[in-house]
Design a protein around this ligand. Structure first.
Ligand SMILES: Nc1nc2c(ncn2[C@@H]2O[C@H](COP(=O)(O)OP(=O)(O)OP(=O)(O)O)[C@@H](O)[C@H]2O)c(=O)[nH]1
Length: 230
């Protein structure tokens, strides 16, 4: 642009054989400047829109894969994650434990203190669990007051230790929104994803172990046993 202007306004006959008036050349340069300015503004707003669309896409993807209340991954997220983790565990011949846990008598919390209070308990419980697990572990909100742990490179005994750790942390935790004497507990069911077991079967086994933990009086960790199959 600067080069063009110099060319146009350089004394006539020295560089170009121009015979245009000064006014004409000025208007020409101004129209160039306007075109460039409009192009810059257009390009800037186009880039801004593109960035906004990308941000919205990321937000949408996040919302589709995470639970809105607790911020934990949801079932849909788990499907992709599990497929990857199972393939990795098989490749490296490593064990993968599945742990399902459920807040005990949660309906009573809702009924006695209200749904908002129940929500707060769910959020704090999710945070407490997140602080207890390792970086490579994943915990997802599986249902209402149910959480599912995926524990790579973990055997049954190690998963049981983690279950008991979360269990004791929760039973010692004071929820600010609840009266001081109110104690929240959880029950846990664990199963191992063996080579002959599908992921659905392993989750079903963990669910049976969880059911057994509830049946045995709650606030405990139970490992799946083939006797629970029927
Ligand atoms: N506040 C709140 N409550 C929820 C949410 N999702 C599920 N619930 C409640 O969780 C309660 C689960 O109750 P139940 O399935 O009877 O189980 P429970 O009372 O925990 O009893 P056990 O599991 O047998 O120990 C129900 O009252 C649901 O309404 C949620 O997002 N927020």
């Amino acid at each position: 642009m600067i080069f063009m202007s110099v060319l146009l306004f350089y004394p006539d006959d020295q560089l170009l054989a121009t015979s245009y008036s000064f006014d004409y050349k000025l208007r020409l340069v101004l129209s160039f400047v306007t075109t460039i300015l409009f192009s810059a503004v257009y390009e800037y707003t186009r880039q801004q829109n593109f960035n906004t669309i990308q941000e919205l896409n990321q937000k949408n993807n996040y919302l589709a894969l995470h639970d809105q209340l607790t911020g934990l991954p949801n079932r849909r997220y788990l499907q992709n994650y599990l497929a990857r983790e199972i393939a990795r565990a098989e490749r490296h011949h490593q064990s993968l434990a599945i742990m399902l846990c459920d807040i005990d008598k949660f309906k009573r919390v809702n009924d006695q203190y209200g749904h908002d209070c129940g929500d707060r308990v769910l959020i704090e419980t999710a945070q407490l669990i997140l602080h207890a697990i390792r970086k490579q572990d994943l915990v997802a909100r599986w249902g209402g007051e149910e959480f599912l742990f995926v524990l790579p490179e973990t055997g049954l005994a190690q998963a049981e230790v983690l279950g008991n750790l979360v269990r004791s942390k929760l039973s010692q935790h004071h929820f600010a929104i609840l009266p001081t004497d109110e104690q929240i507990t959880m029950s846990f069911g664990i199963a191992l994803l063996a080579s002959e077991t599908t992921i659905d079967e392993a989750i079903c086994q963990a669910d049976k172990a969880l059911y057994c933990a509830k049946h045995r009086g709650r606030d405990q960790v139970v490992i799946y046993d083939s006797a629970m199959a029927s």
